[in-house]
Design a protein around this ligand. Structure first.
Ligand code: AHM
Ligand code: MG
Length: 351
């Protein structure tokens, strides 16, 4: 580490962001400043978590991480609307502090995992949480409305997440590929460790909460003859059949492995690096699935496409979806190009 401290060729997140800046001279540094604030959030969150080391106080982490996010984003002076999973209403930044970017975020992803320490981590004395974010540009800074965030995901300028596992990573795309940075605690800096992440074209892993299988939708079919011949096919939902195929492939290929943490950041991160498919379908109880369009589905779909993968809602390309409310949900299937292609073909055949 000491040797590292003297190295000058490390690509830190600060350098990376400044390089990106030269691609958008018209942004006059605002975009870089906003991105640096988001990267710096990791350290701020660490500080906030310091008072919450005791197990019984960890639940408060969602409140804390939200406060830290909101305050840091407002104080960057570059934002105008903030949408957080933790806040029912969007926050409109005071005109005196207003900039031209809208940030949508989930400050603490996978909160059900907090108590067993899966979606949080420690580096030194600090606590960290998984989080996800996406950035849009407002149309007219003087006239900011909620429609500025109700834009399709393809309009995002940047998206990313922080993941705190055995190391602390920031995965970011500003629309020209995906880059992964790892926090070097001795330098206090994120270093580019995973340049130009590309997801394998096809994967060997599927990731889904199979405990919901009972409620997965059944297909509607008019094919009575087939129903008599192969009733088992129709007794189970389309989705059920997809997952059955992962386990019992009918084309001579090997079965896929199942991996499911139950924290989107962790499950998507693995999917991005190893390939495969992550699925949160609709079911009888939640016809729109569980995951939120603006700050879960869109940022992760943006990263997937930028890494060469795909993302599909069961009806369309996820990034084409136009949300009508800030906490809207959508079913989501994302991951390796070929694996998502398979799911798309299944849904197309169903229509
Ligand atoms: P949360 O915002 O309440 O934490 O829910 C989001 C999380 C995702 O991180 C994860 O992919 C999903 O919920 C897991 O849901 P389930 O427990 O239904 O499998
Ligand atoms: Mg969440």
């Amino acid at each position: 580490h000491e040797a590292d401290a003297h190295r000058t060729d490390l690509m830190t997140i600060t350098r990376y962001v400044l390089n990106e800046q030269s691609r958008y001279p018209e942004s006059r540094g605002d975009f870089s400043i906003l991105l640096s604030h988001i990267a710096g959030l990791a350290k701020l969150l660490g500080l906030a978590g310091e008072t919450n080391v005791q197990g019984e106080e960890q639940k408060k982490l969602d409140v804390l991480s939200n406060e830290v996010f909101v305050k840091a984003l407002i104080s960057s002076g570059r934002t105008c609307i903030l949408v957080s999973e933790e806040d029912e209403e969007a926050t409109f930044v005071d005109p005196s502090l207003r900039g031209k970017y809208c940030v949508v975020f989930d400050p603490l992803d996978g909160s059900s995992n907090i108590d067993c320490g899966v979606s949080i981590g420690t580096v030194g004395f600090y606590f960290y949480t998984h989080n996800i974010f996406g950035i849009y540009m407002v149309k007219d800074k003087e006239n900011v409305t909620i429609d500025d965030v109700l834009q399709p995901g393809k309009n995002m300028l940047a998206a990313g997440y922080c993941m705190y596992g055995s190391s602390c990573m920031l995965v970011l795309s500003t629309g020209s590929g995906v880059n992964g940075f790892t926090l070097d605690p001795s330098l206090g800096e994120f270093i580019l460790t995973h340049p130009y992440i590309k997801i394998p074209k096809k994967g060997k892993i599927y990731s889904v909460n199979e405990g919901n299988a009972k409620n997965w939708d059944r297909p509607t079919t008019k094919c009575v003859y087939l129903f008599i011949q192969f009733p088992q096919i129709f007794l189970h939902s389309l989705f059920f059949r997809y997952v059955e195929k992962c386990k019992f492939p009918d084309d001579g290929s090997s079965p896929k492995s199942l991996r499911y943490v139950g924290s989107m950041v962790a499950d998507v991160h693995r999917t991005l690096l190893y390939g495969g498919i992550f699925l949160y379908p609709s079911d009888k109880k939640s016809p729109d699935g569980k995951l939120r369009v603006l700050y879960e589905v869109f940022p992760m779909s943006f990263l997937m496409e930028q890494a060469g993968g795909q993302s599909f809602t069961g009806k369309q390309r996820a990034l084409d979806l136009v949300p009508t409310k800030i906490h809207e949900r959508s079913p989501i299937f994302l991951g390796s190009y070929d694996d998502v292609e398979e799911i798309k073909a299944l849904y197309a055949a169903e229509e």
